[in-house]
Design a binder for this molecule. Structure first.
Ligand code: ATP
Ligand code: MG
Length: 420
């Protein structure tokens, strides 16, 4: 027998038993985004490798070690499975001139790919929902994006999630800070790990994002960007805080929030839960005013976030938010040629009235069919035999409660089966 082929490590199947939760989440997201005027955009899953190198930054975890990149056999192009959505979204906006008509509120969702060590909450194919507000310069949109998330957590029944915010300032203030940081890190060269030493001069800020616990002490003692902040960025940051407070949104300022991507400036934020262990960040975002220009467009402000869907769903479960399985309304069992015709007619009649009806397929006697009806989870079995066919009626048997079986005409059946 040939060996059973398995899925790629870190890439998950989403099975029917999990799908009610996913679909509840997806529907909630659609309604929620529409409520704020964010419109859906769908980009390809493959892009030119260069797009991510230029936007995320060459000296980052993602680009250095997590990207699925390969050469296109047919023309030698270097392609990459998208590790995130922002770069693709901005690329699409530029390519189609969407900013020409004014600012844009957009959102996307779908699978992302990163070659990481698979563990709970960290996969090689995972899903993100992301929002991008392009062409808005002020802190009001930053605040809206954050407030939106808080609203979604409420809709999903999620609690135990806290908000951390920070600011990365302007390019100039980061340059100032960078120089100070390098001087500090050079004084502690002996305590830096290999990654940190390599990044010391190319991307020292990224060192503060290290997940190596042995670097904790060094990172905690490092100079803070907040002290080097330029006036405009400080004003932006303070206004953001004012709006958040006005909206009753609690937050902590985390001066160490750097984020794993290079394109951020000014506002950065993360939503973090204590309920998911080490992979506690369920959503992260911030401002990236330089990105549009960096990938070839006319400079435009931008701010957004991306949430990890698997982590959000895991948190929903942790919070006891059980989404009931969607069950069929009716399972129609039938025997004999005349019954067969009436069975087809019945399921169509019920479906036309918005009910979900499964037509038994595969034959078998009534007893065997009844077992299938029960296993399907359906609320009712509809039974059609010779008697029923002759009378042009159907028998309805409640499967989930102790109630009598009744025999009715089709018109009455739809009323009886209506979901309450
Ligand atoms: P982390 O610090 O956990 O590696 P990140 O900074 O790399 O996260 P982002 O690029 O900001 O993550 O992505 C936004 C969100 O997507 C994260 O907060 C997380 O919820 C989710 N996410 C990122 N990588 C993965 C992954 N490999 N598997 C599952 N979810 C992920
Ligand atoms: Mg990461």
């Amino acid at each position: 027998m040939p060996r059973i082929i398995q899925a790629i490590r870190g890439m998950n199947d989403i099975l029917p038993d999990q799908i009610d939760l996913w679909e509840f989440f997806e529907q909630t997201v659609r309604d929620w985004m529409a409520g704020y005027g964010y419109r859906n955009i769908r980009m390809p899953i493959l892009e030119q490798t260069d797009l991510f190198v230029r936007s995320i930054g060459a000296v980052t975890d993602i680009v250095e070690k997590e990207m699925y990149s390969f050469l296109d056999n047919l023309n030698g192009d270097s392609l990459t499975l998208r590790p995130e959505g922002t770069a693709s979204c901005v690329r699409a906006v530029l390519e189609h001139n969407l900013l020409y008509t004014g600012p844009q509120r957009l959102y996307y969702s779908g699978p992302m790919f990163r070659h990481e060590r698979p563990q709970k909450g960290r996969y090689r194919q995972f899903h993100q929902v992301g929002a991008e507000a392009l062409g808005y310069a002020g802190p009001d949109i930053d605040a809206e994006l954050i407030a939106m998330c808080a609203e979604l957590w409420r809709k999903l029944g999620i609690s135990d999630v806290r908000l951390e915010i920070g600011t990365l300032g302007s390019t100039e203030s980061r340059a100032l800070h960078r120089a100070r940081l390098i001087r500090y890190l050079e004084r502690h060269l002996g305590k830096l790990d290999e990654d940190a030493r390599r990044r010391l001069h190319s991307n020292p800020l990224r060192i503060l994002d290290s997940k190596n616990s042995e670097m904790r002490e060094i990172i905690d003692g490092a100079p803070q960007l907040l002290d080097d902040l330029d006036e405009d960025s400080l004003a932006h940051f303070e206004e953001l805080q004012r709006i958040l407070r006005n909206q009753g949104l609690d937050f902590e300022i985390n001066p160490r929030l750097v984020r794993g991507l290079d394109y951020y400036n000014r506002t950065v934020f993360e939503w973090i839960t204590g309920k998911l262990g080490a992979q506690g960040t369920i959503c992260a975002g911030g401002r990236y005013d330089g990105l549009v220009e960096q990938i070839g467009g006319k400079a435009a402000s931008a701010c957004g976030f991306a949430m990890g869907v698997e982590r959000v769903l895991a948190l929903m479960i942790e919070c006891g938010n059980d989404i009931p399985r969607a069950v069929p309304d009716a399972y129609v069992i039938h025997q004999g040629e005349a019954a067969d015709g009436l069975a087809w007619k019945t399921v169509r009649h019920l479906r036309d009235r918005g009910l979900n009806a499964i037509l038994h397929c595969g034959g078998g006697n009534f007893k065997a069919q009844m077992k299938k009806a029960d296993a399907s989870g359906a609320r009712f079995a509809v039974i059609i035999g010779d008697d029923e066919a002759q009378a042009g009626e159907i028998s309805i048997k409640p499967l989930r409660e102790a109630a009598e079986q009744v025999r009715v005409g089709l018109a009455e059946a739809a009323i009886l089966l209506k979901r309450t």
